[in-house]
Design a protein around this ligand. Structure first.
Ligand SMILES: Cc1cc2nc3c(=O)[nH]c(=O)nc-3n(C[C@H](O)[C@H](O)[C@H](O)COP(=O)(O)OP(=O)(O)OC[C@H]3O[C@@H](n4cnc5c(N)ncnc54)[C@H](O)[C@@H]3O)c2cc1C
Length: 323
């Protein structure tokens, strides 16, 4: 059952920031993750501050420097269907189109997708785990088949978002607003691993709001895509996924970014795989070398070593799609 809370609709970002100063206040975007967390007792909320009617947080538009600005309250469905996203930022379009179900993509927002909490069944369940300020990660001795193979460092949740790795691969930035003003953070620095702070997944401080996501103008020759493997084809979180963004000159890769989903507590960049591509023709040999490099430093737990092969496969598939 949902606990009692107050609900207010902000009409502007300024009003939302002011309302979020209330004790135990939380941002409510589409509510698709938030309400589940409240129902399951993952955290509490005194006040939910709805951003749904804040017009300045909506929509997708071109920026003066040739990039794209996506308001944090833009629905995932709108991101997936936007012509400029699909043509110029294929990884984001592909990632948004495989998030959850059509209903959740209509209701869920891009800002909410990158701020959602992990799906680990110990974190979501009735366990006082490390991420809920307890003293242990139950996945270590428990059922860890869906857990991290990279970057666990004491807590082995995986980051649940499909759009987050695409945004990191595309070099996006996240605009944040709070009582102290505005700041712009690279998407690659927005996510916080357990080595930094095991109780949160982003750099957001209490009361801060993601207001927009900025994509830079794609360099000439950029190709990008996202692939994910899931247990059910209809809808599911990634068991493993890969966002790739390549800057190509003819058939040669000039620069590459590869970011994995479903395998680490944060979107997981694999520099060794990127280096295996840089300066090389994107042929079968190079793709195999990059796929192997992507999985090389995995540290599987006792029930999830199948993810190592999935990483190799999904990276190869994404690169083949770009070739
Ligand atoms: C059945 C199911 C299947 C799913 N499958 C997938 C999947 O395959 N891939 C995937 O990526 N996701 C999946 N999801 C997650 C879903 O995409 C998220 O629930 C959704 O993206 C969250 O968006 P929202 O707008 O509803 O956020 P909310 O639920 O409103 O918020 C989520 C969290 O982010 C915070 N928040 C929201 N917006 C902001 C903001 N602008 N600034 C600061 N904090 C903010 C909230 O306070 C809350 O803690 C699934 C969810 C469900 C229920």
């Amino acid at each position: 059952m949902l606990p009692a809370f107050s609900y207010v609709r902000a009409r502007s970002v300024d009003e939302a920031v002011a309302r979020l100063a209330a004790p135990d206040a939380r941002v409510y975007a589409g509510g698709t993750d938030l309400l589940g967390c409240l129902r399951d007792g993952v955290f509490t909320a005194g006040t939910l501050v709805s951003l749904g009617t804040v017009a300045e947080l909506q929509g997708i538009r071109q920026t003066s420097n040739g990039g794209l600005r996506i308001g944090a309250l833009t629905s995932i469905a709108e991101v997936a269907g936007n012509a400029a996203v699909k043509e110029r930022y294929g990884a984001l379009g592909a990632a948004a189109s495989v998030v959850a179900t059509p209903q959740l993509r209509n209701q869920g927002t891009l800002g909410g997708n990158i701020c959602q909490r992990p799906r680990c069944w110990y974190f979501r369940g009735d366990y006082s785990c490390l991420r809920k300020s307890g003293d242990t990660c139950y996945a270590i001795a428990g059922d860890n088949r869906y857990h991290a193979i990279f970057g666990g460092n004491g807590c082995y949740v995986v980051h649940p978002s499909d759009t987050a790795p695409a945004l990191v691969a595309l070099g996006a930035s996240v605009r944040i607003r709070g009582a102290r003003g505005t700041r712009l953070v690279a998407a690659g620095d927005f996510f916080v691993g357990p080595d930094t702070d095991v109780t949160r997944e982003t750099v957001l401080a209490a009361g801060e709001i993601v207001t927009e996501i900025l994509l830079p103008a794609p360099p000439p020759g950029m190709k990008s895509t996202y692939r994910k493997v899931r247990a059910r084809q209809s809808w599911d979180f990634a068991l493993a996924g890969a966002a790739v963004a390549l800057t190509m000159r003819d058939a040669t890769v000039e620069a590459a970014r590869i970011v994995l989903s479903g395998v680490a507590p944060v979107p997981w960049r694999v520099p060794a795989a990127e280096q295996a591509l840089a300066g090389r023709r994107l042929d079968a040999k190079t793709i195999a070398a990059a796929a192997n490099a992507a999985a090389a430093n995995a540290e599987p737990m006792d029930q999830n070593d199948y993810k190592v092969a999935l990483v190799r496969g999904v990276v190869a598939e994404a690169l083949e799609a770009c070739a």
